[in-house]
Ligand binder design. Structure first.
Ligand code: GLN
Length: 277
Protein backbone atom coordinates (compact mmCIF):
# COMPACT_ATOMS: atom_id res chain seq x y z
CA UNK A 1 0.00 0.00 0.00
CA UNK A 2 1.35 3.40 -0.97
CA UNK A 3 1.70 5.82 1.92
CA UNK A 4 1.27 9.34 0.48
CA UNK A 5 3.04 12.31 2.02
CA UNK A 6 3.08 15.81 0.51
CA UNK A 7 5.10 18.32 2.55
CA UNK A 8 4.46 21.99 3.19
CA UNK A 9 6.98 24.13 1.34
CA UNK A 10 6.87 21.95 -1.79
CA UNK A 11 6.34 23.98 -4.97
CA UNK A 12 3.41 23.36 -7.31
CA UNK A 13 5.91 22.32 -9.99
CA UNK A 14 7.28 19.63 -7.67
CA UNK A 15 3.83 18.33 -6.77
CA UNK A 16 2.84 18.19 -10.44
CA UNK A 17 5.99 16.24 -11.25
CA UNK A 18 5.39 13.76 -8.42
CA UNK A 19 4.43 10.17 -9.06
CA UNK A 20 1.76 9.50 -6.42
CA UNK A 21 -0.92 9.28 -9.12
CA UNK A 22 -1.09 9.63 -12.88
CA UNK A 23 -0.39 13.19 -14.06
CA UNK A 24 -3.99 14.02 -14.97
CA UNK A 25 -5.33 12.96 -11.57
CA UNK A 26 -2.68 15.03 -9.82
CA UNK A 27 -3.65 18.08 -11.88
CA UNK A 28 -7.36 17.61 -11.13
CA UNK A 29 -6.83 17.25 -7.37
CA UNK A 30 -4.26 20.05 -7.09
CA UNK A 31 -6.46 22.49 -8.98
CA UNK A 32 -9.40 21.44 -6.77
CA UNK A 33 -7.48 21.96 -3.50
CA UNK A 34 -5.73 25.17 -4.55
CA UNK A 35 -8.73 26.67 -6.31
CA UNK A 36 -6.65 27.20 -9.46
CA UNK A 37 -7.45 26.58 -13.12
CA UNK A 38 -5.28 24.15 -15.07
CA UNK A 39 -3.55 27.11 -16.74
CA UNK A 40 -2.85 28.75 -13.37
CA UNK A 41 -1.19 25.52 -12.24
CA UNK A 42 1.45 26.23 -14.85
CA UNK A 43 1.69 30.01 -14.54
CA UNK A 44 1.94 29.75 -10.74
CA UNK A 45 4.22 26.73 -10.69
CA UNK A 46 6.68 28.38 -8.26
CA UNK A 47 3.94 28.79 -5.65
CA UNK A 48 4.69 26.99 -2.39
CA UNK A 49 2.18 24.77 -0.56
CA UNK A 50 0.95 25.89 2.84
CA UNK A 51 0.71 23.34 5.66
CA UNK A 52 -3.07 23.13 5.23
CA UNK A 53 -2.82 22.63 1.46
CA UNK A 54 -0.13 19.97 1.86
CA UNK A 55 -2.24 18.16 4.41
CA UNK A 56 -5.37 18.26 2.24
CA UNK A 57 -3.44 17.05 -0.80
CA UNK A 58 -1.90 14.22 1.20
CA UNK A 59 -5.38 13.14 2.28
CA UNK A 60 -6.93 13.29 -1.21
CA UNK A 61 -3.95 11.64 -2.94
CA UNK A 62 -4.12 8.87 -0.35
CA UNK A 63 -7.83 8.29 -0.87
CA UNK A 64 -7.30 8.19 -4.65
CA UNK A 65 -4.39 5.72 -4.19
CA UNK A 66 -6.79 3.60 -2.14
CA UNK A 67 -9.18 3.52 -5.11
CA UNK A 68 -11.83 6.16 -4.39
CA UNK A 69 -13.33 7.63 -7.56
CA UNK A 70 -11.96 11.07 -8.37
CA UNK A 71 -15.53 12.44 -8.70
CA UNK A 72 -16.19 11.73 -5.02
CA UNK A 73 -12.91 13.47 -4.07
CA UNK A 74 -13.71 16.65 -5.97
CA UNK A 75 -17.50 16.33 -5.52
CA UNK A 76 -18.04 16.97 -9.24
CA UNK A 77 -18.61 15.14 -12.50
CA UNK A 78 -19.37 16.41 -16.00
CA UNK A 79 -22.41 15.01 -17.78
CA UNK A 80 -23.96 16.32 -20.99
CA UNK A 81 -21.47 19.21 -20.89
CA UNK A 82 -22.69 20.24 -17.44
CA UNK A 83 -21.05 20.03 -14.05
CA UNK A 84 -22.95 18.02 -11.42
CA UNK A 85 -22.43 17.72 -7.68
CA UNK A 86 -21.91 14.11 -6.61
CA UNK A 87 -21.41 12.39 -3.28
CA UNK A 88 -21.23 8.71 -2.34
CA UNK A 89 -25.04 8.88 -1.91
CA UNK A 90 -25.41 8.84 -5.71
CA UNK A 91 -24.04 6.99 -8.70
CA UNK A 92 -21.43 8.94 -10.66
CA UNK A 93 -23.06 9.93 -13.99
CA UNK A 94 -21.69 7.89 -16.92
CA UNK A 95 -21.16 9.16 -20.46
CA UNK A 96 -23.26 6.32 -21.93
CA UNK A 97 -26.29 7.70 -20.07
CA UNK A 98 -26.15 10.76 -22.36
CA UNK A 99 -27.70 8.47 -24.99
CA UNK A 100 -30.79 8.15 -22.78
CA UNK A 101 -31.03 11.95 -22.57
CA UNK A 102 -30.65 12.36 -26.34
CA UNK A 103 -33.34 9.77 -27.08
CA UNK A 104 -35.71 11.45 -24.62
CA UNK A 105 -35.09 14.89 -26.14
CA UNK A 106 -35.81 13.57 -29.65
CA UNK A 107 -39.19 12.24 -28.50
CA UNK A 108 -40.40 15.17 -26.42
CA UNK A 109 -43.35 17.11 -27.81
CA UNK A 110 -43.63 20.87 -27.21
CA UNK A 111 -44.49 21.53 -23.54
CA UNK A 112 -44.00 17.82 -22.83
CA UNK A 113 -44.06 16.10 -19.46
CA UNK A 114 -41.08 13.98 -18.44
CA UNK A 115 -40.65 11.52 -15.57
CA UNK A 116 -37.22 10.23 -14.51
CA UNK A 117 -37.25 7.15 -12.28
CA UNK A 118 -34.40 6.49 -9.85
CA UNK A 119 -32.92 9.88 -10.58
CA UNK A 120 -29.86 9.73 -8.28
CA UNK A 121 -27.80 12.90 -8.81
CA UNK A 122 -30.56 14.29 -11.03
CA UNK A 123 -28.23 14.50 -14.02
CA UNK A 124 -30.88 13.21 -16.45
CA UNK A 125 -33.74 15.59 -15.51
CA UNK A 126 -31.42 18.61 -15.25
CA UNK A 127 -29.93 17.92 -18.70
CA UNK A 128 -33.43 17.60 -20.18
CA UNK A 129 -34.85 20.66 -18.42
CA UNK A 130 -31.92 22.86 -19.43
CA UNK A 131 -32.03 21.77 -23.06
CA UNK A 132 -35.82 22.06 -23.30
CA UNK A 133 -37.10 24.79 -20.98
CA UNK A 134 -40.63 24.24 -22.31
CA UNK A 135 -40.86 20.82 -20.62
CA UNK A 136 -42.03 20.03 -17.12
CA UNK A 137 -39.81 17.46 -15.50
CA UNK A 138 -40.57 15.24 -12.51
CA UNK A 139 -38.01 12.93 -10.95
CA UNK A 140 -38.31 10.20 -8.33
CA UNK A 141 -35.88 8.41 -6.09
CA UNK A 142 -36.38 6.12 -3.11
CA UNK A 143 -33.31 7.64 -1.44
CA UNK A 144 -33.80 10.89 0.48
CA UNK A 145 -30.03 11.39 0.47
CA UNK A 146 -29.96 11.14 -3.33
CA UNK A 147 -32.85 13.62 -3.66
CA UNK A 148 -30.88 16.12 -1.61
CA UNK A 149 -28.07 16.01 -4.20
CA UNK A 150 -30.58 16.07 -7.05
CA UNK A 151 -32.18 19.22 -5.59
CA UNK A 152 -28.78 20.85 -5.22
CA UNK A 153 -28.06 20.11 -8.88
CA UNK A 154 -31.34 21.64 -10.03
CA UNK A 155 -30.54 24.74 -7.97
CA UNK A 156 -27.00 24.88 -9.36
CA UNK A 157 -28.35 24.91 -12.92
CA UNK A 158 -31.36 27.09 -12.10
CA UNK A 159 -33.98 24.69 -13.39
CA UNK A 160 -37.24 23.83 -11.75
CA UNK A 161 -37.71 20.12 -11.27
CA UNK A 162 -40.33 18.41 -9.17
CA UNK A 163 -38.62 15.83 -6.99
CA UNK A 164 -40.60 13.16 -5.16
CA UNK A 165 -39.35 10.51 -2.76
CA UNK A 166 -40.84 7.34 -4.16
CA UNK A 167 -40.23 3.63 -4.60
CA UNK A 168 -40.56 3.62 -8.41
CA UNK A 169 -44.13 4.74 -9.22
CA UNK A 170 -45.51 4.24 -5.70
CA UNK A 171 -45.96 7.91 -4.75
CA UNK A 172 -47.57 8.93 -8.06
CA UNK A 173 -51.30 9.14 -8.46
CA UNK A 174 -53.17 9.54 -11.73
CA UNK A 175 -50.58 11.30 -13.88
CA UNK A 176 -49.42 10.70 -17.42
CA UNK A 177 -46.14 11.63 -19.06
CA UNK A 178 -44.85 11.97 -22.61
CA UNK A 179 -41.51 10.36 -21.82
CA UNK A 180 -40.39 8.18 -18.92
CA UNK A 181 -36.63 7.70 -18.50
CA UNK A 182 -34.83 5.37 -16.12
CA UNK A 183 -31.27 4.33 -15.40
CA UNK A 184 -32.12 1.78 -12.72
CA UNK A 185 -29.89 -0.62 -10.80
CA UNK A 186 -29.31 -3.45 -13.29
CA UNK A 187 -26.15 -5.28 -12.25
CA UNK A 188 -26.73 -8.90 -11.21
CA UNK A 189 -26.23 -9.58 -7.48
CA UNK A 190 -22.73 -10.86 -6.83
CA UNK A 191 -21.34 -9.68 -10.22
CA UNK A 192 -17.56 -9.44 -9.89
CA UNK A 193 -17.59 -5.81 -11.15
CA UNK A 194 -19.31 -4.70 -7.94
CA UNK A 195 -16.10 -5.51 -6.06
CA UNK A 196 -13.84 -3.71 -8.56
CA UNK A 197 -12.79 -0.14 -9.37
CA UNK A 198 -15.12 2.81 -8.80
CA UNK A 199 -18.15 0.57 -8.23
CA UNK A 200 -16.80 -0.44 -4.79
CA UNK A 201 -17.43 3.12 -3.61
CA UNK A 202 -20.79 3.76 -5.25
CA UNK A 203 -24.17 3.13 -3.55
CA UNK A 204 -24.87 -0.59 -3.96
CA UNK A 205 -28.62 -0.06 -4.26
CA UNK A 206 -28.03 2.23 -7.28
CA UNK A 207 -25.98 -0.45 -9.02
CA UNK A 208 -27.64 -3.79 -8.33
CA UNK A 209 -31.19 -4.96 -7.73
CA UNK A 210 -29.72 -7.64 -5.44
CA UNK A 211 -31.32 -10.13 -7.83
CA UNK A 212 -31.07 -11.15 -11.48
CA UNK A 213 -30.40 -7.58 -12.64
CA UNK A 214 -33.82 -7.26 -14.27
CA UNK A 215 -36.15 -6.80 -11.31
CA UNK A 216 -36.12 -2.99 -11.33
CA UNK A 217 -36.52 -3.01 -15.11
CA UNK A 218 -39.48 -5.42 -14.72
CA UNK A 219 -41.17 -3.09 -12.19
CA UNK A 220 -40.61 -0.08 -14.44
CA UNK A 221 -42.00 -1.86 -17.50
CA UNK A 222 -44.97 -3.30 -15.61
CA UNK A 223 -46.05 0.16 -14.43
CA UNK A 224 -45.24 2.24 -17.49
CA UNK A 225 -48.50 1.87 -19.38
CA UNK A 226 -50.40 3.41 -16.47
CA UNK A 227 -48.23 6.54 -16.50
CA UNK A 228 -47.73 7.25 -20.21
CA UNK A 229 -49.91 9.36 -22.45
CA UNK A 230 -50.99 7.91 -25.80
CA UNK A 231 -47.90 8.00 -28.02
CA UNK A 232 -45.63 8.32 -24.97
CA UNK A 233 -42.23 6.62 -24.74
CA UNK A 234 -40.53 4.54 -22.06
CA UNK A 235 -36.72 4.61 -22.33
CA UNK A 236 -34.47 2.54 -20.07
CA UNK A 237 -30.73 2.13 -19.73
CA UNK A 238 -29.58 -1.43 -19.02
CA UNK A 239 -26.52 -3.66 -18.89
CA UNK A 240 -24.39 -4.63 -21.90
CA UNK A 241 -26.06 -8.06 -22.18
CA UNK A 242 -29.65 -7.22 -21.22
CA UNK A 243 -31.12 -5.65 -24.39
CA UNK A 244 -32.84 -8.84 -25.59
CA UNK A 245 -34.26 -9.58 -22.14
CA UNK A 246 -35.62 -6.03 -21.87
CA UNK A 247 -37.15 -6.23 -25.36
CA UNK A 248 -38.77 -9.53 -24.34
CA UNK A 249 -40.23 -7.92 -21.22
CA UNK A 250 -41.62 -5.05 -23.31
CA UNK A 251 -43.02 -7.69 -25.65
CA UNK A 252 -45.33 -8.89 -22.87
CA UNK A 253 -47.03 -5.45 -22.82
CA UNK A 254 -49.18 -3.69 -25.41
CA UNK A 255 -46.39 -1.24 -26.18
CA UNK A 256 -45.14 -0.81 -29.73
CA UNK A 257 -41.97 0.09 -31.62
CA UNK A 258 -39.80 -1.91 -29.22
CA UNK A 259 -36.17 -1.17 -30.00
CA UNK A 260 -32.67 -0.82 -28.60
CA UNK A 261 -30.01 1.80 -29.27
CA UNK A 262 -26.24 1.46 -29.11
CA UNK A 263 -23.94 3.66 -27.04
CA UNK A 264 -20.67 5.10 -28.37
CA UNK A 265 -18.92 1.84 -27.52
CA UNK A 266 -21.35 0.05 -29.88
CA UNK A 267 -23.16 -1.71 -27.04
CA UNK A 268 -26.96 -1.92 -26.97
CA UNK A 269 -27.42 0.30 -23.92
CA UNK A 270 -30.94 1.77 -24.05
CA UNK A 271 -34.17 -0.03 -24.88
CA UNK A 272 -37.56 1.56 -25.25
CA UNK A 273 -41.08 1.32 -26.56
CA UNK A 274 -44.06 3.52 -27.31
CA UNK A 275 -47.64 3.43 -26.10
CA UNK A 276 -50.03 3.13 -29.01
CA UNK A 277 -52.03 6.27 -29.87
N1 GLN B 1 -23.50 1.66 -15.84
C1 GLN B 1 -23.13 1.33 -14.50
C2 GLN B 1 -21.94 0.40 -14.53
O1 GLN B 1 -21.99 -0.65 -15.07
C3 GLN B 1 -24.27 0.70 -13.74
C4 GLN B 1 -25.35 1.67 -13.54
C5 GLN B 1 -26.61 1.06 -13.16
O2 GLN B 1 -26.70 -0.04 -12.61
N2 GLN B 1 -27.64 1.73 -13.46
O3 GLN B 1 -20.92 0.74 -14.04
Amino acid sequence: MTQVSVSAGTTLAEVLASRWLVALEIRILVSHVMGLTRVQLITQSERVLSAAEAEQLTRLFQRRCDGEPIAYLTGEREFFGLSFAVTPAVLIPRPETELLVELALERLPQNGLVLDLGTGSGAIPVAIALTRPDTRVSALDVSAAALEIARANALRHQVEIRYVESDWYAALSAEKFDVITANPPYIVAGDAHLAQGDLRFEPLSALTDHGDGLSALRTIIAGAEGFLKPGGWLLMEHGYDQAQAVRDLLGTTDMQHIQSWRDLAGIERVTGAQISD
